[in-house]
Design a protein around this ligand. Structure first.
Ligand code: 5AD
Ligand code: SF4
Length: 514
């Protein structure tokens, strides 16, 4: 199928008037009711991804937000945070103003996360809290978007129980926000538009970025790995890479605007480029081009060990603005568990990959993600995770108790591990994580680190805080003019999760500051 046909197809998808829930309003206006389907979401078609590079607001919607305010609450990962920036950009182009409080808002969006059950429960709790606002302000629109919207069970639950919700739209439908809002204002019924299949790549989306120091740049969407516990391949669709020239242009643009740090985003960034039909181009090639851009720091997340190739290691070893902090989720230290998780590597292969990384970058910092209490995980298998943690010497880890996600293969497995055992394993792992984190921090005492200063510390406005190249949080005393700069800080004390310090020398351009 060529691009034109695909575009046409997606236009049809977008424009076909379906039905609203309950009464059919399609005779009055073009309304949308496209429910999600996990079965559809699982399919990986051979169709080419549609690249739509001309996003623009339909003139009929451009005054939709005049005199109105929007509020978006974001749950979950950086990908969601970045989607929120895009939606804020669309709201702004529609004439809406941002507000920081729900009471003040005319539209409230919950940009949700489906990765674990407790993330979902928080959203249902919040929907409960918001209900009273609807009574006080009948014109208020409440919307649910993000990963939870892609799940049938969630949409059905909202349709049945959460009547305060006016619109549900999926992760592939963000660019349709103007149409969805328009429908929601006209319809008395809930507007549901969730495309389950693959997803496209839409360029030229507006963005209101959260800050002007660090910026996120999507390099790819979706995931085809289908780890057996994970809902993401269903909620985020198939792997689609952005064209390198679009990414490079966005990074250049951010550099020109004065951004100091870029994080390249993707669910599995190491698969970048594999789906680009016309070029043999991977993450290593992309990083090799990005490192030439005049921006001090470039990071990427999240990596999958299976696709982490030699070319990338070779390019990262060139250093410069490419940081040698690598977040490399391992999930388990047991090859048997890794097999049932369908991670497609063994403990030995992971260790070998780390060896290669360290050979090329002796000072590389490694952090990871770990799941404990996967179905039927034995004590011995869990201890293999502890022993791998020690063997690698991770500096930090995000740790989770396995949470069954409806529709995934692992959720259908029987599980003989009681919750108390899972909790106890998490505690033991967390104690080890804290021990190693403290040890890695201690090594910085008396050293000079380079801190990208993000602002005043949350706890004390007299203290500034920021992150080192290795992503260590540093709180230090220094002039406010250091905000937005990379400054040398002498570490005076190490804590488990952060460092304390003082400005080591005052760079000339800060001297005039307060
Ligand atoms: N249960 C618990 N943790 C999960 N993760 C992904 N899916 C699940 C699940 N079903 C964790 C993995 C992943 C991180 C983003 O979330 O460790 O790397
Ligand atoms: Fe989920 Fe595995 Fe894809 Fe990561 S690589 S998003 S854990 S399926």
């Amino acid at each position: 199928m060529n691009e034109e046909q695909r575009l046409h197809d997606s236009q049809i998808k977008a424009d076909t008037p379906n039905k609203t829930v309950g009464k059919d309003y399609s005779q009055y206006f073009q309304s949308v009711y496209v429910p999600p389907s996990l079965k559809e979401a699982k399919k990986r078609g051979k169709e080419e991804v549609a690249y739509v590079d001309n996003f623009s607001i339909d003139p009929q919607f451009k005054d939709l937000g005049n005199g109105r305010k929007f509020y978006i609450r974001t749950y979950g990962c950086q990908m969601n945070e970045h989607d929120t920036e895009v939606m804020a950009g669309i709201f702004q182009q529609l004439g809406y103003a941002a507000t920081a409080t729900v009471d003040d808002a005319d539209v409230i969006l919950l940009n949700t996360c489906a990765i674990r059950e407790n993330a979902e429960n928080k959203v249902f709790g919040e929907l409960g809290h918001l209900k009273h606002l609807k009574t006080e302000k009948p014109d208020l629109l409440i919307g649910v978007c993000g990963c939870m919207s892609q799940e049938e069970a969630v949409v059905n639950k909202i349709l049945k129980t959460y009547h305060q919700v006016d619109m549900i739209f999926g992760t592939h439908n963000i660019h349709r926000l103007p149409q969805i809002l328009h429908e929601a204002y006209l319809s008395k019924e809930m507007v549901v538009e969730v495309w389950s299949k693959e997803g496209d790549v839409i360029e030229n989306l507006p963005k209101v970025r959260k800050g002007s120091i660090k910026g996120w740049v999507n390099i790819m969407y979706g995931c085809d790995k289908f780890c057996t516990y994970c809902i993401v391949p269903y909620t985020r669709g198939k792997e689609r890479s952005r064209r390198p020239e679009d990414i490079i242009q966005e990074v250049r643009h951010l550099a020109a605007q004065g951004y100091k740090e870029i994080t390249l985003l993707g669910q599995n960034v190491n698969a970048y480029g594999k789906d680009l039909p016309d070029i043999d181009y991977g993450l290593g090639d992309l990083m090799d081009e990005l490192r030439k851009i005049d921006i001090p720091r470039i990071r990427f997340t999240t990596s999958h060990p299976r696709d982490f190739d030699d070319k990338l290691i070779e390019v990262l070893a060139k250093g410069g603005n490419l940081l040698d902090h690598i977040h490399l989720p391992v999930q388990s230290g047991s090859s048997e568990i890794l097999k049932i998780m369908a991670r497609k590597y063994t403990r030995e292969r992971y260790v070998e990959l780390v060896r290669k990384i360290r050979e090329a970058m002796p000072n590389a910092t490694l952090t990871t993600d770990i799941i404990v209490g996967f179905p039927n995980e034995t004590e011995e298998q869990f201890e293999e995770t502890l022993s791998l943690y020690r063997e690698i010497g991770f500096e930090m880890a995000y740790t989770y108790i396995y949470s069954p996600r409806e529709g995934t293969p692992a959720a259908r497995m029987t599980d003989n591990v009681p919750m108390e055992v899972k909790k106890e394993r998490l505690q033991r792992l967390n104690a080890l994580v804290a021990e190693y984190a403290a040890k890695s921090m201690k090594a910085y005492e008396g050293q000079i680190v380079h801190v990208l200063v993000e602002g005043e510390s949350k706890r004390n406005p007299d203290v500034l805080s920021g992150y080192t190249e290795k992503n260590k949080l540093v709180n230090f005393t220094g002039p406010k003019s250091a905000i937005g700069q990379i400054v040398p800080v002498k570490v005076t004390a190490a804590k488990t999760w952060s460092l304390d310090g003082e400005l080591a020398e005052t760079p000339a351009d800060l001297k005039a500051g307060v």
